[in-house]
Design a protein around this ligand. Structure first.
Ligand SMILES: *Cc1c(COP(=O)(O)O)cnc(C)c1O
Length: 385
């Protein structure tokens, strides 16, 4: 059976060169980077090389990169780290209604600890209004956290505009850039953020490895208390193979992301156009142009996204109803509700996320199989009568 993977926003395959570069660090070069002897120093050198590669990708100083276990830990560290460091200054955090669960749930946790959180709405295309950020700021605001691009609908947020507001008011700005690092050119100084989360497995690196960019001088309480690793910003022995792999992934992405993006944009626009021509009663979710090159999110009226997924999976096609984290729950996506989709339409949505390896043949296979599935399900659906 043909296998087509269209769930690259959930995770990407590890690049063969990344896997190859990691291999020696499991057995041959196994030292603890904190150890003084030559075994440790060899591992330490590999970790610091990777830090430089990440810094080059983001246009930051190497010292501003802290390695973590992934996007979730980076988000938790940014929010809790700033909240506890600045709790004497203020107790107010601003975020958006379409954040990843790693941000939403951390905000919920902080609310239980007495912090106040303003959750800004988005427009129908999923955009946060920088003026709304300005209006939400009070003299108690300590942090604004708005994602760079949404993982479900692909909308890219005006972070540089938001940064103008936060800079003017002297408030820290964090962005969850897990969907954009390695895909869109990012320079932290141009973006104007103080903290930025990234995760290796979303750009062809290994799972369980990420980083948090922390602008020099930013006050932050460590999330993991322990040893003095990462300049006292994160205890725990570094995941040396993971960090090495992420460094190589960053290096490859810096060279190739432009080609990936051009390739994906072409296939994305073809897929969107063809679905809309071949299948009636479909709606594109997210911004028509200010969106990730690989994201196609469509609401199919009158039917359940889960049933479409099941039928596609039987034909070897992998897609998603939204975020990997909310699959398995029956609640409709908070992102689709936030852009104003009614419950039925939110339930009938599918996210296809392409990758650098996706081919026109893959998309044509999907375009051949999808219309009859939708037609069959609609015939059985009470909603379409
Ligand atoms: C995948 C993802 C995360 C979580 O990253 P992990 O490395 O899997 O913990 C956070 N935010 C966004 C936007 C994501 O897409």
């Amino acid at each position: 059976m043909r296998k087509v993977y269209l769930d690259n926003a959930a995770t990407t395959p590890t690049h063969p060169k990344v896997a190859e570069a990691m291999q020696p660090y499991y057995s041959k070069i196994f030292g603890n980077p904190s150890s003084f002897h030559s075994f440790g120093q060899e591992a330490k050198k590999a970790v610091e090389d990777a830090r430089e590669k990440l810094a080059a990708l983001l246009g930051s100083q190497p010292e501003e990169i802290v390695f973590t276990s992934g996007g979730t830990e980076s988000d938790n560290t940014a929010l809790e780290g700033v909240a506890y460091a600045l709790e004497k200054k203020g107790d107010h955090i601003i975020t958006s209604a379409i954040e990843h669960h790693a941000v939403i749930e951390t905000c919920e946790f902080l609310k239980m600890r007495g912090f106040k959180v303003t959750c800004l709405p988005v427009n129908q295309e999923g955009l946060v209004d920088p003026e709304a950020v300005r209006q939400a700021i009070t003299d108690k605001t300590i942090l604004v956290s708005i994602m760079h691009a949404n993982n479900e609908i692909g909308t890219i947020e005006p972070i540089a505009e938001i940064a103008k507001v936060t800079k003017e008011k002297g408030i820290y700005l964090h962005t969850d850039a897990v969907q954009t690092v390695g895909h869109i050119p990012i320079k932290v100084n141009e973006l104007g953020v103080d903290l930025l989360s990234l995760s290796a497995h979303k750009f062809y690196g290994p799972k369980g490895t990420g980083a948090l960019y922390i602008r020099k001088g930013t006050r932050l309480v460590p999330f993991l208390h322990g040893g003095a690793q990462e300049r006292n910003r994160r205890g725990s022995t570094e995941n040396v193979p993971g960090v090495v792999g992420m460094g190589v992934a960053a290096e490859i992405a810096a060279k190739e992301m432009k080609d990936w993006s051009e390739h994906e944009t072409k296939l994305r626009d073809y897929l969107i156009k063809e679905i809309q021509t071949r299948i009636p009663n479909t709606l594109l979710n997210g911004h028509p142009t200010q969106r990730l090159a690989n994201n196609v999110n469509i609401s199919f009226k009158f039917i359940e996204g889960e049933s479409i997924l099941l039928n596609l999976d039987m034909l070897g096609i992998a897609a998603s109803t939204g975020s990997a984290c909310s699959s398995g729950s029956l609640d409709p996506s908070h992102v689709l509700l936030a852009i104003g989709r009614p419950h039925e339409e939110a339930h009938g949505s599918i996210r296809f996320t392409l990758g650098k390896e996706t081919t026109k043949e893959d998309i044509d296979y999907l375009l051949k199989e999808l219309p009859p599935i939708v037609e069959k399900l609609r015939k059985m659906s009470p909603l379409s009568k």
